[in-house]
Design a protein around this ligand. Structure first.
Ligand SMILES: Cc1ncc(COP(=O)(O)O)c(C=O)c1O
Length: 372
């Protein structure tokens, strides 16, 4: 992008000040307890990231990416911001682009929910839909060249744009809100990787602060990240894996190994079939009395595995996970019966399996590594 002129420096300073003022107007997100019947000694909490102004955990990432890009002198007055996003990041980046008066274009799979497209457009962004998830990068780079814009590239920069040591990142916020709980230091924090940025921030923070908390990542069905992690554990990392299809659980799971997914920050992983993720999503929605997104279900399967193990070992403690976004964004997908028929997902069988798991059944079909 070249070197900033004096005039550009003035614009960058004003832009950073606008983002700081926006942050100053914001409140922290809630930490919500949820009692799991049958496990009275283990406290489960949701970090409710749906309560950000743009409705998901990506609000934090978008703020960090804009600040990082501005501090690097990568943004120019009037030049568009381009992002490859399955939706949530684009909604949040569109918000910050509008705050700075910059055009915003989201490049995303044509399978993205109409609610997310509407949310991006509501924030003033434009959507550029493409057929194959794996073409997102190339299309974004091309669009940035064609428009003289900046490709934000969350999948490369998510892990480095966030202040992992503190500055009210998601990890510091969780530990602060846990301070007065019966078990203030969680045994596990369970998340799901999209960019991997959240897992990386959590993993670095617990190490830096010396907490024994372990980070469990729940990967959805259509994703290479679990297999990549296993290859890392086996000492033969294979980052060349690719899939043709994109994940059906929006926001998480990747068709290729992203630079922002830092396996060393993750202590354990589980691979969750989509049907089970969605059964868990429906359970969490019923328990909290409001709809949650699919990725919250994927993570909650990981939570139950962690809780089952703690229970079997007779240990009391706490487990924290993330309510990434609201189910209102998925009214025409996960909350529409026909969607399950279209995708060949037998949700009734999955709900029956989930009910057995809640009663203590250990699933035989869930590959997990690093949980002992
Ligand atoms: C709804 C949702 N959940 C979870 C994630 C994963 O977060 P991260 O990109 O930090 O790995 C994303 C990422 O886009 C998301 O949109």
């Amino acid at each position: 992008m070249g070197v900033s002129t004096f005039q550009q420096r003035e614009w960058e300073t004003a832009a950073i000040a606008k983002i700081k003022a926006d942050f100053n107007r914001s409140a922290d997100t809630h930490l919500i307890p949820l009692a799991l019947p049958g496990y009275p000694d283990i406290d489960v909490y949701f970090k409710d990231e749906s309560s950000h102004p743009t409705g998901s955990l990506k609000h934090r990432l978008a703020r960090s990416l804009f600040l990082y890009a501005l501090a690097n002198g990568w943004l120019r007055e009037g030049a568009p911001i381009i992002e490859a996003s399955s939706g949530s990041t684009a909604v949040s980046e569109a918000y910050f682009a509008r705050l700075l008066g910059l055009p915003f274009i989201a490049v995303m799979p044509s399978t993205t929910s109409p609610e997310k497209i509407a949310a991006i457009e509501f924030q003033g962004g434009r959507c550029h839909l493409i057929g194959r998830a794996r073409d997102l990068y190339g299309a974004s780079q091309q669009l940035a060249r064609d428009t003289g814009g900046h490709f934000m590239d969350q999948f490369t920069y998510a892990e480095r744009a966030t202040d992992w040591r503190a500055n009210n990142n998601i990890a510091e916020s969780i530990f602060r809100q846990m301070a007065l709980e019966p078990h203030p230091v969680p045994e596990w924090i369970v998340c799901s990787p999209g960019t991997g940025g959240t897992a990386t921030t959590l993993g670095r923070y617990v190490r830096y602060c010396g907490y024994p908390t372990r980070i469990l990542c729940a990967d959805p069905e259509i994703s290479v990240l679990f297999d990549y992690y296993r290859s890392e554990l086996a000492g033969a990392p294979d980052s060349t894996m690719v899939l043709e299809e994109g994940s059906r659980i929006e926001g998480i799971g990747r068709p290729r190994v992203e630079p922002s997914f830092i396996a060393g920050c993750v202590d354990a992983m589980v691979k969750v079939p989509d049907a089970l993720s969605l059964a868990a999503m429906r359970y969490v929605s019923g328990s909290l009395g409001r709809r949650v997104g699919g990725s919250t279900g994927t993570q909650f399967v990981g939570v139950l595995l962690a809780v089952q193990r703690m229970h079997e070992e007779g240990r009391a403690g706490s487990v924290v996970t993330i309510l990434c976004d609201s189910g209102d964004r998925y009214a025409h997908s996960y909350y529409e019966p026909q969607w399950y028929v279209r995708h060949g997902i037998d949700i009734e069988s999955a709900e029956a399996q989930w009910a057995r798991m809640l009663c203590g059944e250990r699933p035989s079909d869930l590959p997990a590594v690093g949980m002992h």
